[in-house]
Write a protein that binds this ligand. Structure first.
Ligand SMILES: CC(C)(COP(=O)(O)OP(=O)(O)OC[C@H]1O[C@@H](n2cnc3c(N)ncnc32)[C@H](O)[C@@H]1OP(=O)(O)O)[C@@H](O)C(=O)NCCC(=O)NCCS
Length: 168
């Protein structure tokens, strides 16, 4: 697969060989929470079908990790995403989100969810654009309060919208 804007970018599900580069990109992508390399290895093994990596000349340019919650398999939940600031291409994050959302929709998911830091304008614009692409507007609520996250972390705001057939 390639993005609509740059045929040198390829999108594909991750493998465990991508985990170290994903971990390294997260370290360089505040305000993302940095999880252990082990967590990304498990993610790349067990949630590859609901995640994506973008490669530019075989280097990691971005990723999205996500899953279908077992208690609510109608929903796709995007967990973390980032684009390498050194390799960024306008529209790359959107292309990755559209890829995982499309895959989830074709596999039967009917809702898209993600949480955002309330100060992260880039991801809020990205998710609103993705919701419009699927013909909707997101419902917004607080999933985790700052206190749930230990007090020194911003709240995590839930964005949820229906995964209707996308506009082209
Ligand atoms: C969030 C992130 C993945 C977005 O990547 P990106 O490459 O800027 O996204 P896109 O180019 O696909 O842009 C998507 C939309 O958001 C808009 N946008 C992006 N950054 C923006 C900003 N800082 N302010 C306002 N709008 C912004 C774009 O203009 C675009 O909308 P448009 O096509 O209508 O113009 C990237 O900024 C990043 O890696 N940030 C650090 C990690 C992070 O915060 N991850 C998200 C939390 S899990």
């Amino acid at each position: 697969m390639s993005t609509a804007h740059d045929t040198r970018i390829r999108l594909r599900p991750p493998t465990i060989a991508d985990a170290a580069a994903i971990h390294d990109l997260v370290v360089r992508s505040p305000p993302l929470d940095v999880n252990s390399l082990y967590a990304y290895l498990v993610w790349c093994r067990d949630f590859a079908e609901t995640s994506v990596v973008a490669l530019h000349e075989d280097r990691l340019a971005g990723f999205v990790t996500g899953y279908r919650p077992p208690r609510d398999p109608d929903t796709y939940f995007a967990w973390q995403s980032a684009v390498d600031p050194a390799l960024t291409r306008p529209g790359l994050a959107f292309a990755m989100m559209a890829e995982v959302a499309g895959r989830a929709r074709r596999a039967g998911a009917r809702w898209f969810e993600t949480t955002v830091n309330p100060g992260n304008r880039a991801v809020i614009m990205l998710i609103r654009k993705l919701a419009r692409h699927h013909g909707g507007t997101p419902e917004v609520s607080t999933l985790f309060e700052s206190a749930d996250l230990g007090g020194a972390h911003d709240p995590e705001i839930l964005y949820r919208f229906p995964l209707a057939e996308p506009w082209d």
